[in-house]
Design a protein around this ligand. Sequence first.
Ligand code: EPZ
Length: 417
Amino acid sequence: MDKFIVIGGIPLKGEISVRAAKNALLPCLAASLLTSEKIIFERTSLLVDIFSMISLLEHLGVKIEGKVGESITLKADEVSSLVAPYDLVRKMRASVLVLGPLLARFKKAKVSLPGGCAIGARPVDQHIKGLKALGAEIDYEEGYIVAKCDELKGGDIFFDKVTVGGTQNILMASVLAKGRTTIANAAREPEVVDLGNLLKKMGAKIEGLGTDRIVVEGVDELKGGVHNPIPDRIECGTFLAAAAATKGKIKVKDCNPIHLEAFLMKLEEMGYEVVSNENSIFLNGEKEVNSVDITTSPYPGFPTDLQAQFVALLTQAVGTATVREEIFETRFMHIPELQRLGADIKLEGNAAVVKGKTSLKGAPVMASDLRASASLVIAGLVAKGKTIINRIYHLDRGYEKFEERLQSLGARIERIK
Ligand code: EPZ
């Protein structure tokens, strides 16, 4: 298993570009199942999760041309299987996103239940509730969701909880349903909007994207399209947090600052100099800064996917901060590892109380999930001496060539095979 060796204490400096958003690409790739025509993605990112989705789509019979990391073309004109097997789904929960499109186009699907993961139980009950509202019959067999219908019909869905994946699955199911579907308490995340925009290019009739009430008028069929996915706001925020924590100065390019408003405003509240342009963000982290409290919430609130990185940053701010995690039950696996590096953090239920400023010291630590791994890398870049981060395969799921790109900003970080 690969590990990172990080020698901390060097402020990150320079410019870095953001890649295509993993969490936008994953549902958009699944949307290729909705048409027999070609869907072209003008750019993709080289991530293990993208390969996992591609493997699943290939298993279903989707033809894929091109190289992951560059432009790829998908064509689902000869879908040969309607089963998403456990072995593929357990590797990546987002596999459940094939359920909506398969059911909408082929009237049946059998998709393994994803099970829990390190950050929480993560049920899919809202996806199921939504599909039932569209007329699907759902059974469970040996760990699989078995869904069928004569045809999907438009319906009214109220999500009991804001769910990104649930909204995306129902959006993909409803575009081919007969009649009108209303999704209330819908997720407003840019990744939902990006999927909706691709569906619209394919001929779907959707209104209300980016609001909590999405209305879809079903159409008989969808055509192909060309799509350039949005930049990865979480990757962008991770680089900014790393630069801020190391007292560096960076410009992040090819990003969309509007997608990161809550995060950027918190950085400014701390005292960082942040200058946003249309598609770039400059951050100067040289000054001493103060702690701020954060509470994660659905978009446009503070993203849960940046909570772990922000906790690492808060160890370098003066004062006491309370970090509340409101989306996932167990998304604090990075805390005991950060404590190993000398962080002063107490866990109180779903809150972490971070006292700063602490001088971190290198130690061996263990990554538990994608964003926790990024948090440990940030802490390692700050810590005096050598930090060894084990199990970085989690990082490769969501950050393309992370160590090489950090090296380009001056970081001393190395991958040991
Ligand atoms: C997406 O996961 C992202 N993944 C996650 O990114 C992100 O953390 C999350 O949204 C929240 O922003 C992808 O886009 C591939 P949810 P998703 O459905 O869709 C509960 C990362 O690091 N819930 O919005 O699975 C659920 O348990 C990752 O890149 C139900 O109770 O998240 C959670 O508490 C990890 N029932 C909350 O809702 C349901 O049917 C939000 O989950 C669905 C969700």
